[in-house]
Every structure is written in structure tokens, then in C-alpha cells.
Design a protein. Structure first.
Length: 290
């Protein structure tokens, strides 16, 4: 009995010594992330410092930063992303208010559809808008049949405003989702008390609902801003003339011009901006409890 009792602690200590350290289990996912993401990113950064003439140089950065095409693409990217974000915030807030606080048949189905909508690819929404309002879309077809005109009046989808409309249409549910979650936590008793005290709906929204929705609005807006800065499919499928964003400039330099160092420089800039804004999004969403 004594020997068995003495053997038990020895066995336990041996098992403790043979236990695999926790950091070992982290090696496989870290290796996968490094191989799939960090290694290609490192190659992009490396290529940006290696011109086609050979050697190592930052000349590609100077050429790209000095080019008018880069400055225009940066400005277009920023204003489209900012405009889309503002539009998504306004439209998403209004639609979320209606779904959350205005009873109507099918309200729950609409709320569920928002979750499904988030899984749609962006080019699908763009194609739908082209079918409806494109140069040969349904709206222009009805107009030409009714008036006999050679072409319809709806030609805006090939302009920056068409890209803006497509991005607002696609990204608005990304704002609505956190808003609906925030609205679900608002007690109806608060709204009833405010209404019984004579507060009008606009005042209730401004003083009761909006303060509760601000963190969700900030988190959703930050996410939409990051996504719009990197959007490629919508700009490509609208075929907007003269609308060149940073992702489109990467595509143009790499595929059309075969300027790989220049394309990598633009990609590095785009990544830095996106990572910075994503860090902001994480801070805001953490404070919002998202």
C-alpha cells in the first residue's frame, strides 16, 4: 500500500512533465496564417522595392506618389467610401427604426432577410441594378417603348453616382444588423413613458433611441468605411467611366500595364489604410459591445 501511494505522486509528476505546452497547439494555425496571408503580403512589400530594372530601390514609391493617377484614385476612393458610409448610416438608421419599432406584416421576415443579404456577393447587387436602371435595363426599356425615344434617361450607373448608389444599396445591411441588435435592448417602457409625457416621435428618436444607437452606428459605419475602401467588384461591374479607385488602380497597373512594382506600391498603401481603419473599427466595436 505504501509503495502504491508513493508511486501515484511520481506518476502524476511524470504526466505533468510530459504535458504538451499550450503554445505548441498554436503553432499549426500560426503557420497556416503565415503561409496563406503573411507570406504573400511580404512578397508584395518586397516587390514594391524591386523595380523591373533590378536591384533594390524606393523609386517605385516616388513614381507612384508623384503620379496624377494615384492622387486621383486616392481622392476618388476616399470620397466614395465616405459618401457611401454616410448614406448607409442614414438609410440604415431609418430602415432599422421602421423594422424595430413600426409593426407591419412580415417585419420579422424582413429582419431575417437582412442576415441572408449579408452573404450576397457585391457584384450580384450591381448586376441587379444594371438590369433595372442600366443603359439597356428595364426602366430605360419601358421609357423607350412608351415615348419612342432612342435611349432612356437613366444613364447614371456608369458615373460615380452609380457606384455610390450600388455601394449604399449593398452595404446598408451591414449598418442595420448592429442597429437592430441595439434596438432589441431598448425597453418599450422607456418609449411609452416618453410618449405619455407628450414627447413627439422625432423627440423620442433623438433623445431616447439615438443615444442607445450611437455605439452601433459607430461600429457599423467603421466597418462599412473599411469595406468600401477595398471594394473592387462594384466599381468593375458598373463599368463607370473615369472612376478609378485604389483597388482598380492595382488591377490596371498589374494586368493592363504590367507595372508590378507600381501595383505593389498601391496595394501596400491600400493595405496600410485598411489596417488602420480596421484597428479603429475594432476599438469602436469593442466599446459598442459588438
Amino acid at each position: 500500500m505504501a509503495s502504491a501511494a508513493a508511486t501515484a505522486p511520481a506518476t502524476a509528476s511524470t504526466g505533468a512533465r510530459r504535458r504538451i505546452p499550450p503554445w505548441v497547439w498554436a503553432l499549426p494555425p500560426v503557420a497556416v496564417i503565415g503561409l496563406v496571408f503573411l507570406y504573400p503580403l511580404a512578397l508584395v512589400v518586397q516587390q514594391s522595392f524591386h523595380p523591373d530594372t533590378g536591384g533594390t530601390s524606393a523609386q517605385a514609391y516616388g513614381d507612384v506618389f508623384a503620379s496624377t493617377a494615384f492622387r486621383e484614385a486616392l481622392g476618388t476612393t476616399v470620397w466614395l467610401a465616405a459618401g457611401s458610409t454616410v448614406g448607409c448610416l442614414v438609410l440604415g438608421f431609418v430602415l432599422a427604426l421602421v423594422i424595430a419599432f413600426v409593426p407591419f406584416p412580415g417585419g420579422k421576415a424582413v429582419a431575417r432577410f437582412i442576415d441572408v443579404f449579408l452573404s450576397f456577393p457585391s457584384f450580384l447587387i450591381t448586376l441587379a441594378l444594371l438590369f433595372l436602371c442600366g443603359s439597356v435595363g428595364v426602366a430605360n426599356g419601358l421609357w423607350t417603348e412608351a415615348t419612342g425615344a432612342a435611349e432612356g434617361p437613366f444613364q447614371f450607373l456608369t458615373t460615380p453616382w452609380g457606384v455610390l448608389l450600388a455601394e449604399i444599396t449593398y452595404f446598408t445591411p451591414f449598418v442595420m444588423r448592429p442597429l437592430l441588435a441595439a434596438f432589441s435592448g431598448i425597453e418599450t417602457a422607456q418609449l411609452e413613458v416618453a410618449s405619455s409625457l407628450g414627447a413627439r416621435p422625432a423627440r423620442i428618436v433623438r433623445q431616447v433611441i439615438l443615444p442607445e444607437a450611437l455605439p452601433a452606428l459607430a461600429a457599423g459605419g467603421s466597418l462599412v468605411l473599411v469595406l468600401c475602401l477595398n471594394e473592387f467588384g462594384i466599381v468593375l461591374f458598373t463599368g463607370a467611366k473615369g472612376v478609378t479607385t485604389l483597388p482598380m488602380l492595382v488591377y490596371s497597373k498589374a494586368i493592363l500595364e504590367s507595372d508590378y512594382p507600381g501595383a505593389c506600391v498601391v496595394a501596400v498603401v491600400n493595405v496600410l489604410i485598411s489596417v488602420g481603419l480596421y484597428g479603429l473599427y475594432r476599438v469602436v466595436s469593442r466599446r459598442a459591445g459588438a
